[in-house]
Design a protein around this ligand. Structure first.
Ligand SMILES: [Zn+2]
Length: 241
């Protein structure tokens, strides 16, 4: 099983630092269609949870995820997912609803592109049977640098807010900010209601993986071209190994 991780979806790839983590709406749509034409079944975390784990999921499967919850996800990704009847999970930050990605920019002036979704927008998306939400923590902090109490807050508070506010569209899955975790962070997750936590290690998810160290491919498509990544995965026999 392969998990892909996206960030921004917008028509014009923005300034250079952003280009690496942006895909155009057309590119995203093509990505879904190509994956499917390669006989990949795109499933949701709900399917994995209902199956009781990846062991009972057969065939070539992929999961699509988005980190941070940018407003452009609401505007561009959600309608494509609906149109393509394609499941995806959005990892969002309850402490930043309707805010900006200030963890990247600090006090620097921000643009429209840095806006994060509001809770109202997420609730609209939650009406779709294809969309689920997971936790990316409360404030996008470097978890391994935090003390016990703060880690607890990032993990548990985000869980209670998201499960309360997004109800059935919330899945108990966590995505570590920047993919960073430590034994202490992992221990908190293991003793929480979350069933899985994801890193940013780029390789397929196998049965041997620790449920709190699930790898996924950052979908950093150079020039917004999804074929680059898919081509690479085929070449390395990851898609057809
Ligand atoms: Zn993030």
């Amino acid at each position: 099983m392969i998990i892909f991780n996206f960030h921004h979806v917008e028509p014009i790839p923005s300034h250079s630092d952003r280009k690496m983590i942006t895909i155009t709406p057309e590119g995203f749509k093509r990505f879904i269609q190509i994956l499917r034409s390669l006989n990949f079944k795109i499933i949701s975390f709900r399917d994995v949870l209902e199956a009781g784990g990846p062991q009972d999921i057969k065939g070539n499967t992929a999961l699509i995820t988005f980190d941070d919850g940018f407003e452009n996800n609401f505007r561009y990704a959600a309608p494509i997912l609906e149109e393509e009847k394609c499941p995806a999970t959005f990892f969002v930050l309850p402490g930043k609803f309707g805010g900006t990605n200030d963890w990247d920019h600090g006090d620097k002036a921000i643009s429209e592109r840095d806006k994060l979704m509001t809770l109202a927008q997420m609730r609209v998306m939650a009406n779709s049977k294809y969309i689920t939400f997971g936790s990316h923590g409360m404030y996008h902090r470097h978890l391994p640098t935090l003390g016990e109490t703060e880690i607890f807050r990032e993990v548990r508070r985000s869980y209670s807010i998201l499960s309360r506010e997004l109800g059935k569209s919330f899945v108990p899955v966590f995505a570590y900010p920047w993919g960073e975790y430590s034994e202490a962070v992992k221990a908190k997750l293991q003793r929480s209601p979350y069933k899985y936590a994801m890193t940013t290690e780029k390789r397929p998810w196998t049965l041997a993986d620790d449920p709190y160290e699930i790898p996924r491919y950052s979908a950093y498509f150079r020039d917004g071209n999804p074929l680059v990544l898919l081509g690479k995965l085929c070449r390395h026999q990851i898609l057809f190994g």
